[in-house]
Design a protein around this ligand. Structure first.
Ligand code: CS2
Length: 493
């Protein structure tokens, strides 16, 4: 047998890095500032795809003009982002899915840390004079709150962090520890800026941090109350999760491997409450809106965009519709969602001073139809137990109080219950912090609204008691539940 003189070994693919930046194709944008010269002005907790596609892009735009705003990105526990991006010098590609696809390599991350492993470094950054803001995207569950918005003192990480305040495991513990260290060092507090989709996100966070600090040290709590700011924000950009198709696409264009690119629509918006002591005014040049009152923006976005998303996620998933674009191309569902937004949600919104709600709805519907995006209903369906309250239940409670109909508004709730049953019956994983409880309810269901709906409504972590015991509410859900189960999309009015 003849042996081959040379063995062909597949060459490892080159990786995105500082060194490979210069070889990227012309059309790929890249940092136009000297990365070595930027300071860390922000510590960000929860550097998931949303943060990297949205907030980091604002600072990327600011850095050439103002080098103070590099970001130290901190994952509380997960090591996956650090392991993926440190080998590529913390660089990653952001793909903008507009009329034309645009790629930019983002260089704003100054460090990538895992809080549990790099405690001393994270604390040093929180206590550094140059750190002006701590920004946060940890999703609804990370705030450790009861449904009413109080700190949940029974949550494991809160119990742990109160017992070991110098070795925090959770977000609230870390913020309190960072603020404690600054107070001890005689520094002003950083501004703590929640960028999660929660009503009154800043107010909620402030109440939790103060309640936590108060359980440790009343003087620290008072200092936080008096000195620290927790601006409310509204964040908006649709960010479909990264999949292999995106990685492949990026590799084909860049010519090098990027382990974790992100993608989003072209549209993005970040509105921050204007509070003294917050650095947000320095960010307006990058497109951040700073305003005295975030409420109108926040409500409109959360109830209209996220409320519609959640509706399409559950009604879509139980009817075999995989993406938002497909939902919008399904006349019965698209028509239903539009009516829901215009006739049922809009009347619950405070009239915003500087924008028209009908025009806002038009723009959101157009964004949902974006032909360049493949945004999975399954992705939006994650964490339903946390999302239904902020997105839909407030609208429903107000509609009931005002004597408006709630039939359509209850459809997504019924669809969520059917979705949980469908996933359980198929033995598919449910991504939700209450997954075990949800599964056991689903296993107990019979398929009839009168027995099933009350089982879900008894979940007091999701449904406020005064709503759950309201006949009108329970009846509207039951009607939608039986209708969707029997007629699918044919039940939508
Ligand atoms: C979505 C949001 O996954 C979801 O729950 O509704 O992530 C939505 O895309 C963003 O809030 C848009 O700003």
């Amino acid at each position: 047998m003849m042996s081959k003189p040379f063995q062909t070994v597949a060459a490892p693919r080159a990786r995105l890095s500082e060194a490979s930046l210069q070889d990227l194709p012309q059309e790929v944008a890249r940092p136009s500032y000297a990365r070595a010269g930027i300071a860390t002005g922000i510590v960000h907790f929860g550097p998931g795809a949303f943060h990297r596609a949205h907030q980091a892009a604002y600072f990327e735009a600011l850095l050439p003009r103002d080098p103070r705003w590099g970001i130290a990105q901190v994952s509380l526990r997960s090591t996956s982002l650090r392991d993926a991006l440190v080998p590529q010098d913390r660089l990653y590609t952001l793909v903008e899915l507009g009329a034309q696809k645009r790629l930019a390599v983002i260089g704003a991350a100054t460090e990538l840390l895992v809080a549990q492993e790099d405690r001393a470094r994270v604390l040093a950054l929180l206590a550094a004079p140059a750190t002006k803001a701590v920004t946060i995207t940890v999703t609804e569950h990370g705030y450790c709150q009861t449904r009413e918005g109080a700190l949940d003192l029974a949550r494991e990480e809160i119990v742990h962090d109160l017992a070991h305040p110098r070795e925090p495991a959770g977000l609230i513990g870390w913020i309190a520890e960072g603020l404690r260290a600054r107070r001890e060092a005689g520094l002003a507090p950083f501004a703590t800026i929640s960028c999660d989709n929660l009503p009154d996100n800043g107010g909620r966070l402030k109440r939790s941090v103060i309640a936590f600090a108060n359980a440790l040290d009343a003087e620290l709590a008072k200092w936080i109350e008096d000195e620290a700011v927790f601006p409310r924000t509204m964040v908006d950009s649709i960010v479909p999760a990264t999949g292999d198709a995106l990685r492949e696409d990026v590799r084909a264009i860049l010519g090098v491997e990027d382990a974790w690119p992100v993608q989003r629509e072209s549209f993005m918006q970040w509105v921050i409450e204007d509070l003294p002591g917050s650095p947000a005014r320095d960010w307006t040049e990058a497109g951040v809106t700073v305003t005295k009152d975030v409420t109108a923006y926040e409500r409109a976005k959360l109830r209209l965009l996220n409320g519609a998303h959640t509706t399409m996620a559950y009604v879509g998933s139980i009817n075999g519709i995989a993406t938002i674009r497909e939902a919008m191309a399904t006349p019965a569902l698209a028509h239903f969602v539009e009516r829901l937004m215009r006739e049922d949600i809009m009347p619950s919104l405070p009239p915003p001073a500087d924008f028209s709600l009908p025009a806002y709805i038009d723009a959101v519907l157009e964004r949902f139809r974006n032909p360049a995006m493949r945004h999975l209903t399954a992705q939006i369906a994650w964490d339903g137990s946390q999302k239904l309250g902020p997105r839909l239940l407030g609208t429903i409670a107000e509609a009931m109080k005002a004597g408006r109909p709630i039939g359509r508004l209850c459809v997504p709730l019924a669809a969520w219950m059917l979705f949980i049953r469908m996933k359980t019956a198929r033995d598919e994983p449910i991504t939700d912090p209450l997954r075990d409880r949800l599964k056991s309810i689903a296993l107990d269901c019979t398929g009839h609204a009168e027995t099933d709906v009350p089982k879900f409504l008894a979940l007091d972590a999701v449904f406020p008691r005064r709503l759950a015991v309201n006949d009108l509410f329970a009846t509207a859900i039951a009607k939608a539940y039986d209708g969707l189960a029997a007629q699918g999309l044919g039940a939508l009015e």
